[in-house]
Design a protein around this ligand. Structure first.
Ligand SMILES: C[S@@+](CC[C@H](N)C(=O)[O-])C[C@H]1O[C@@H](n2cnc3c(N)ncnc32)[C@H](O)[C@@H]1O
Length: 276
């Protein structure tokens, strides 16, 4: 089985873990509302990161249910365990170190899960279909694979700040330079279908806001956070100069102060069922 050579451009340094954690605090309730599963379900969370959403799902289950989180980066697992302990939810989720391309499941676990879930992970893989194939293999007949991911072409700022197209294009290209797909959101249904799953649902989670909403500063600061996190790669790959990068960020900061600033974006969410 192929081991992952994919590059996770955000990394797991402290500021990035804080950004991801805050993103979870913000998005998890809305994502949980989208989910439909039995209270005794066995759920696999692939690329579980800091484990907050894995725990949110596990909190919905009765005793017979369980969630296994698989995460490649040991630093993320370490933080996930600390966070679980701090929340008094130690042991609620079983976190395993492993790769989405080669899931660390026991023989008897293959074909046993009711649901395999993955959020914000396929966009960071150079072979997303291989990961979906593993998820399809992990679920039982009648079970489902649920994929939630980004399509960066759908990100809009209005009135558009000068320099935004430049920096956003450079950000998108940085995904392509490491072999990942910045537009994976639109491919989710096809990825399910190509891996033998019956497409069953397509929806989205809105992740935008306008000035005047409490969430606006968080959502627009998250934008600056992801751009700053990828600055080194973007400049190293000569997708943008450091000067243009800083000018564009300053321009986004000025836009944040506008009374009519609006950020519109939605996360794609697709589900597929394994036929009998
Ligand atoms: C943006 S985070 C999302 C985490 C979590 N799913 C969430 O929604 O909060 C992406 C995670 O996928 C992990 N990851 C990247 N490539 C992976 C791979 N090949 N196998 C397993 N995990 C991977 C990263 O280490 C990171 O923790």
């Amino acid at each position: 089985m192929k081991k992952s050579s994919s590059i996770y451009i955000h990394g797991s340094h402290q500021e990035e873990q804080q950004r991801l954690s805050a993103l979870n605090d913000f998005l998890n309730a809305g994502c949980l509302e989208k989910m439909k599963f039995e209270r005794a379900a066995h759920i696999l969370d692939v690329g579980s990161g800091l484990g907050q959403f894995s725990r949110a799902m596990a909190s919905q289950l009765q005793e017979a249910g369980r969630v296994v989180g698989v995460e490649r980066d040991p630093l993320q697992i370490q933080k996930a365990l600390t966070k679980a302990q701090q929340a008094g939810q130690e042991g609620l989720v079983e976190f395993r170190q492993g790769d989405a391309y080669d899931l660390p499941l026991k023989d008897e676990e293959w074909g046993s899960f009711d649901m395999a879930f993955s959020r914000f992970v396929l966009e960071h893989l150079d072979q997303p279909s291989l990961a979906v194939a593993q998820m399809a293999k992990a679920i039982k007949k009648g079970g489902k694979v649920v994929l939630a991911d980004d399509d960066h072409a759908t990100y809009r700022l209005a009135p558009e700040p000068p320099g935004f197209t430049l920096i956003w294009t450079a950000y998108i290209r940085s995904y392509e330079r490491v072999g990942n797909d910045p537009f994976i959101g639109r491919r989710l249904t096809s990825l399910l279908y190509e891996n033998g799953l019956q497409p069953a649902r397509l929806t989205s989670v809105f992740f935008g806001a306008c000035a005047g909403e409490n969430s606006f500063s968080f959502i627009s600061d998250n934008l600056i956070g992801i751009l700053e996190g990828a600055k080194e790669l973007m400049c190293q790959e000569q997708l943008i100069t450091p000067t243009h990068f800083e000018e564009s960020i300053a321009s986004i900061r000025r836009w944040q102060e506008l009374p009519n600033a609006a950020l519109s974006y939605s996360i794609d969410w697709a589900e597929g069922v394994k036929g009998s």
